[in-house]
Write a protein that binds this ligand. Structure first.
Ligand code: SF4
Length: 358
């Protein structure tokens, strides 16, 4: 995929201008026009853009802005979630989700078209892998959510980014890190690095690289099983990097970054929601700086499983809490529009036909 201005960090933009014979001091107004004002039309008319940059923008060397198109937008019934279907310049589609309420808006971004990891309960995994997204395509998703926020909630802005949409972010490491570098730049959207979470299903080489990355983002690791046999049935990647290898990488991450790891446990009725599972989970993470997010399963077409009832969820949580393991039960938001965890799957709907009444 070709380069776009959204995908250029400040230093990359300076280098591009320099190579084109433009003094890099001109990077600031151009970066601000793209990354802070989120302009997409004729940038040569933006504030502070001077003739040298205007000439470059009009030349055949210029790098264009991303032409990601919004195909569909679905708000959830409770108003806390809004799912966007976005078309990329090659015609493929990804989904991004805006979640939250005034003062705490979060964008959940996709990192790949589809996913190669094949987790059995996940709609994205069920669609297979098409391609990696570029840094520009990841940043452009955040821009779309921010633009919509500015339009619908004047005065609000994005506070948090979670790389938990379609794809395994650590399987597309460099573009994801470049995108986060841009989104956390204080000359752009200025999202605090501590407010960025990168999720993985256990792609160990990526965890090792993230531990050595200069920025400290939150790491969220999907676990779902406390033995290799149980986890392997839900997460095929476990065969490549079994639990002892995964947890060693997580321990190394906490040691290097001095940060806790957030473990996600999707609760599936009758599969991994018993008292025994809870005790074994607590044993597995004993002594680690860990926090568990419990996520009652969100339904998908391709997986014949359901969430436990609330009493079972609370009983599970009580056991790990009594064992000293902090946890949160993830609020089930956006389920009615398939915008919950594991439900994202780019699918264009016939015009005018609602997926669900909301
Ligand atoms: S849960 Fe994440 S890693 Fe697993 S298939 Fe779905 S998108 Fe990929």
């Amino acid at each position: 995929m070709s380069q776009t201005l959204e995908g250029l960090s400040y230093s990359a933009l300076e280098a591009v201008l320099s190579r084109a014979g433009v003094n890099p001091v001109h990077a600031h107004p151009l970066f601000s026009a793209v990354q802070r004002q989120l302009l997409r039309g004729d940038l040569s008319q933006a504030a502070g853009i001077l003739p040298p940059v205007q000439r470059w923008l009009g030349s055949s060397d210029a790098i264009p802005v991303c032409h990601m198109k919004s195909v569909d937008e679905t708000p959830s019934a409770d108003g806390f979630t809004r799912k966007y279907l976005l078309e990329l310049c090659d015609g493929t589609e990804v989904e991004s989700v805006q979640m939250g309420f005034p003062g705490r808006f979060t964008a959940c971004l996709s990192s790949q078209v589809g996913c190669a990891m094949g987790c059995v309960f996940c709609a994205t995994g069920q669609m297979g892998f098409s391609r990696n997204l570029t840094a520009g395509e990841i940043v452009a998703q955040a821009h779309h959510v921010e633009r919509e926020l500015r339009r619908t909630n004047p005065g609000e802005r994005l506070r948090n980014i979670v790389m938990m949409g379609m794809g395994e972010p650590l399987h597309n490491f460099e573009p994801v890190m470049e995108a986060l570098e841009i989104l956390t730049d204080n000359r752009g959207l200025n999202i605090g690095p501590a407010r960025v979470a990168v999720s993985t299903v256990g792609y160990v080489p990526g965890i090792e690289k993230l531990a050595r990355h200069p920025k400290r983002y939150s790491l969220a690791v999907s676990l779902h099983g406390a033995s290799d046999e149980e986890r392997g049935k839900l997460v095929p990647l476990n065969k490549r990097w079994p639990l002892d290898v995964l947890l060693e990488a997580c321990r190394e991450y906490t040691a290097i970054k001095r940060a806790r790891v957030f473990f996600a446990w999707t609760l599936i009725r009758g599969v991994n929601d018993s008292d025994d599972h809870a005790r074994r989970l607590a044993d597995l993470l004993k002594g680690m700086d860990a926090h568990v997010n419990l996520i009652p399963l969100n339904p998908t077409e391709g997986f014949d499983g359901g969430p436990p009832d609330e009493a079972r969820v609370r009983a599970f949580q009580q056991i790990i809490q009594d064992a000293g393991l902090p946890s949160t039960v993830r609020q089930r938001r956006g389920i009615d529009v398939n915008a919950g965890c594991g439900q994202l799957k780019a699918k264009r709907r016939p015009k005018g036909v609602a997926e669900l009444e909301v």
